[in-house]
Design a protein around this ligand. Sequence first.
Ligand code: SF4
Length: 455
Amino acid sequence: MENKDWKEECAVVGVYNVTNAASMTYYSLFSMQHRGQEATGISSSNGEKIVTIKKKGLVTEVFDNESLSKLKGFSAIGHNRYSTAGEDSMADAQPIFARYDLGQVAIVHNGNLTNAKEIKQELIRDGAIFQSYMDTENLIHLIARAKQENLVDRIKEAILRLKGAFCFIILSRKKMFVIRDCNGFRPLSLGEIKNADGSVGYIVASETCAFDLVGAKYLRDVAPGEMLVFSQKGMQSYNIMPSNPYPCVFEYVYFARPDSHIYGNVVYNIRKAMGEELALENPIEADLVIPVPDSGVAAAIGYSQKSGIPFELGIIRNHYIGRTFIEPTQQIRELKVRLKLNPIKELIENKRIIVIDDSIVRGTTSKQIVKILRDCGAKEIHMKISSPPTISPCYYGVDTPDISELISARMSNKEVCEFIGADSLSFLSLEGLKRSVGLKDYKFCQACFDGKYIL
Ligand code: SF4
């Protein structure tokens, strides 16, 4: 899904009792840059005060040695933002920092609250003044207004008001709190860091690729409905909501990095299995299997190995485009895809090509890919998608186009095939997807494929 029609849904990280907490947070955010490139931020605490630095831009653009040196202390939280709920403005960058009667807090959030509007209206009626358009700010106000005496109980009281998808990490001056919603829509893992003096610190992150970079050991996932409290006494766990796991299957399809462990499985292996299933469900004679890089690579390898049809990197991706380039005019809109993807003509010419991608959203990128392959002289182009047709938007923290823009919501597969100009088009079935991810004893959210929403 090279056109980023579905945007990733932010990354969160929290580090506690680690000597250089802000640096660990920085590297963790760097490893999860794929989940959000709009803005980034870190709050750290030295036990006396919380300092926050956040800006628009990539992790490496926002932070340098000088800014990191201002983020002192043993605990830190961080966030990479991709605008979902809220606007694309600095006020919506995270962490959000606030002072209230019990002291200072900073909060990061990954997800989307389905009852955010109702709660916000209720809070505004009650006199609250909001500084951003973010769902996340609701939690600050709810904590400040909660009736309980200590912060742990206030957070519990506030969280129980919220519905939807959320992974929250909350930093106070001396503690760190981690909460995952009862459905566990978005992933969140817990790891351990050994300090040079032998003491043990902790890290919590959206993806385990963050652990690999900072040398942390994966312990387990934060359970749906669980709250972890980190303090000088160590880590305590509370089940604050009845757990009903319903994690996002699209993490396996597209969002997560292939080297991360999500819900206990290596993402790369699951993507390969999707390609194998696709080969079993949709066999066809061809000369080459090529992926749409990078999102289709693992599935294309799986398809090639299962079908025996050779794999080639027939399309090369330019990784150095950056986030902004001048939007091509109508006449040269093909340039937009060519800027990122360039085919190797000598591999493609006179060949029957199977092209593997992870999903089709609007269909415009697939159409342009088919065209550039045709221009290279491909004899046949068979587009195969390693997930089912996406027919419904996401309300659980992924920024998706309106349903009217989802091509499979308004066209049959045959019509989509005609639109993109391929010789054939096939999708992995929902059953095939379930087999690939091993759904035997685990329910996943697959609402974007079947339109069945749990909330
Ligand atoms: S609707 Fe789709 S993208 Fe959203 S949480 Fe469910 S599976 Fe994931």
